[in-house]
Write a protein that binds this ligand. Sequence first.
Ligand SMILES: NC(=O)c1ccc[n+]([C@@H]2O[C@H](COP(=O)([O-])OP(=O)(O)OC[C@H]3O[C@@H](n4cnc5c(N)ncnc54)[C@H](OP(=O)(O)O)[C@@H]3O)[C@@H](O)[C@H]2O)c1
Length: 263
Amino acid sequence: MKLGVIGAGNMGTAIIKGYIASGADPKTIYVAGHNAERTAAFAGETGIGVCKNIRSLTEQCDIVMAAVKPKDMAAALAEAAPHLDGQKILVSIAAGLTLNNLKDMTAGYEKIVRVMPNTPAMVNEGMSALCRENGVSDEDFAEVMKIFRGIGTAEEIPEKLMDAVVGVSGSSPAFVYIFIEALADGAVLEGMPRAQAMRFAAQTVLGSAKMVLETGQHPGALKDAVCSPAGTTIEGVCALEEAGFRHAVIRAVEKAAEKSKNM
Ligand SMILES: NC(=O)c1ccc[n+]([C@@H]2O[C@H](COP(=O)([O-])OP(=O)(O)OC[C@H]3O[C@@H](n4cnc5c(N)ncnc54)[C@H](OP(=O)(O)O)[C@@H]3O)[C@@H](O)[C@H]2O)c1
């Protein structure tokens, strides 16, 4: 199936790069961007095709993925809608736009998949949530799933959980980066060179995430296993609790979800 991506920004390019890295043939991928020079440079770098506008991209491709900001979606889909022929699958990755919003923007088109990916897709470690309109068959859905499984992990969810997904995986890489930066700052405070501190912090986050995913153990149990009585770790845990760390993280997810609901 040919994939066409509207918008060569952060996410559009991350998905394309990740999809190619997972083995997709660049010759089956097309992009239509706003900035002709930047889009051509990206296409040259990746070996994908460029379409001169959304109309030609929609006509040419089987899966049309809109990777533009929510505020630009209505204009982009107005150009695509007349060329959606009932067979093509329309995919939106925009935060806050529901399947119903997308249907309204395409004169009631039924073959729509809504996705919330995240930027770690760029290194094939993305986390994506997908939900679909009734017109999307299991076969069509599997084709879209293949793209997002190619760039990390992907799960189908009920649409009502999409705002939670924005908080827990769409926006949260930024929260994790702040944690990594702060962890490194702490090591710098203790005298470690910055670059080395960053490596130690990032690898520790990566390893801890793998522990959760691969052992299947509850993070609380893994935390308990690191905290020996009267040891160093429980001192650090106590400092985090005193500063309201958990509460701050829960609120960050809640705020991102709330913003997504009200977009
Ligand atoms: N960034 C994330 O972490 C993240 C995570 C999950 C989901 N998302 C969703 O992904 C979507 C894209 O976000 P982003 O961060 O990639 O934004 P972005 O970097 O601003 O990329 C959007 C791109 O679309 C282009 N564009 C706008 N209208 C267009 C049109 N009619 N035809 C062709 N290209 C057009 C823009 O070009 P100009 O700038 O030149 O107008 C820009 O290059 C958003 O809907 C967002 O909600 C983002």
